[in-house]
Ligand binder design. Structure first.
Ligand SMILES: *Cc1c(COP(=O)(O)O)cnc(C)c1O
Length: 461
């Protein structure tokens, strides 16, 4: 079995063909699960195969089950589609096969992370001295931020959690919104704090934290190490917590402020939306995604921390054989939860450079304008828009829960576009997320037409 020199050129061709077809392709795939299982399901052969034949077989097997999430009319979850230069850089990242553990293992990988990290802080308005861990996504970013928070608030209370663990230590309070992202609870569980440690704060009409209720919850018990978890970008409505007011309350209790800004933190990158995240620089740590609104390929998030030493103390380790780790300036694996790790800085650097400062601002502004276009067109056709569209999220109802679910399922089947469903405030709703760099007004109009066609067909059947 040799490493065929033309295999990479061939893969690039497959990739180019797929990307070229994205705009026309049905968004939901044709292939059903049984067909895919069959296509992938041969027994493991005893003998190896020619690499080119393997790749061709993979393309044939996967093609019918690929979702056009990278295309312009995927409006599910809150994920973007990877930018061309970022995607190409990610292909190179695989080809280069660098281990971004530290600067000894890959000087280029660490240099790219440092450069992209500085650009990211600058674009988001995060203090320049902050550390940046290039992590797998916001789940890991939030886990790292909350680990730093746990480390710090317990240290202030005289407890070294890194050495002693949680058993026997002071209880940690975590104050968070009733509409926090579900991954926060998983992070807290993994950190040994558990779901029950959360003291919930009520939300306002659009799903942002109610700051009067925050003062009440924080004041109800003013003792002990406290973490306040705020949110930029409610996953249903897009609403952002008032970070100025939240940080003011936190300061009275010496609480660590972590901001889950998986997608919403990007509001900072445009003057049209930056008011939504005013005051974000006052927080202690931030979790943000690269693979959602920034449209980087998957496996990309950023754990920012205004206290680099705390960040490293909470998650880094050293061992005698690991030359180059535990350097004066922590980087690479010191700031994440993995050791051998993908060189994520290359795709981040390439994507940011592809966009430029103006392009990043446009990447925030255009989806927000298109989300409003969705809301306006749908309400003009008698569809109820349920949320205040402050960012890139639109929630709509078609009447009863059953009808809304039927429209969602019908739209997904029809294939022009793809929207998911959600339950918010007890109602089933269609959830439209606009986060892709390539989405145009025409895509929105074609999608609204598709939704109304499905709705009309349901009515007549
Ligand atoms: C998506 C999301 C997360 C989790 O991010 P992953 O990238 O999926 O790990 C956390 N918080 C919010 C608000 C999100 O939208």
């Amino acid at each position: 079995m040799q490493d065929a020199p033309d295999i990479f050129a061939r893969v690039a061709q497959h990739a180019a063909l797929f990307r070229a077809g994205l705009r026309e392709r049905r968004v939901a795939p044709d292939g059903d699960a049984a067909r895919l299982a069959k296509a992938f399901g041969d027994p493991l052969p005893d003998a190896g195969s020619n690499p080119v034949a393997v790749v061709d077989a993979l393309v044939r097997a996967a093609e019918p089950g690929l979702v056009a999430t990278a295309g312009p009319r995927f409006f599910g979850f809150v994920i973007g589609g990877s930018l061309p230069a970022a995607t190409a850089a990610d292909m190179l990242t695989s080809a280069w096969d660098q281990c971004a553990f530290n600067a000894v293992l890959s000087p280029a990988a660490i240099a790219a992370e440092r450069a992209a990290g500085s650009w990211l802080k600058d674009l988001l308005g995060i203090p320049a001295w902050s550390s940046v861990g290039f992590v797998t996504g916001a789940q890991e970013a939030n886990t790292v931020g909350l680990a730093a928070a746990r480390h710090h608030v317990l240290a202030v209370a005289g407890w070294d959690v890194a050495r002693r663990g949680l058993l026997g230590g002071p209880a940690v309070r975590v104050v968070a919104s009733a509409e926090r992202h579900a991954t926060i609870d998983r992070s807290l569980r993994l950190l040994g704090l558990g779901d029950d440690c959360v003291e919930e704060v009520a939300t306002d009409a659009n799903g942002a934290m109610d700051m009067v209720d925050l003062a009440r919850v924080m004041g109800a018990r003013d003792d002990g190490p406290t973490i306040l978890c705020l949110q930029a970008g409610n996953v249903n409505t897009g609403a952002c917590d008032d970070l100025v007011a939240g940080c003011d309350v936190a300061r009275q209790y010496d609480a660590w402020v972590h901001v889950d800004g998986a997608f919403g933190l990007w509001a900072a990158a445009s003057p049209t939306t930056s008011h939504l995240v005013r005051g974000l620089e006052r927080a202690d740590s931030w979790g943000c995604d690269g693979h959602k609104w920034l449209n980087l390929p998957y496996d990309s998030g950023f754990a920012f921390c205004a206290h680099p030493q705390v960040h490293a103390a909470a998650v880094s380790y050293t061992a005698s054989y690991l030359s180059g780790s535990g350097e004066v300036e922590p980087g690479g694996a010191d700031l994440t939860l993995s050791s051998s790790r993908r060189a994520r800085g290359f795709a981040a650097w390439a994507g940011l450079r592809e966009l430029g400062r103006d392009g990043v601002a446009e990447l925030v502004e255009r989806p927000c304008a298109l989300a409003r276009r969705f809301a306006d067109s749908l309400s003009a056709r008698g569809v109820e828009v349920v949320n205040d569209v402050v960012l890139n999220q639109v929630l709509v109802s078609f009447g009863s829960d059953a009808t809304t679910d039927a429209v969602i399922a019908g739209v997904q089947r029809e294939g022009t576009c793809w929207m998911g469903g959600t339950t918010w405030r007890g109602r089933r709703l269609m959830r439209i997320s606009v986060s892709n760099w390539s989405t145009t007004q025409e895509d929105v109009d074609a999608s609204v037409d598709a939704i109304m066609r499905v709705r009309a067909r349901l009515r007549s059947s």
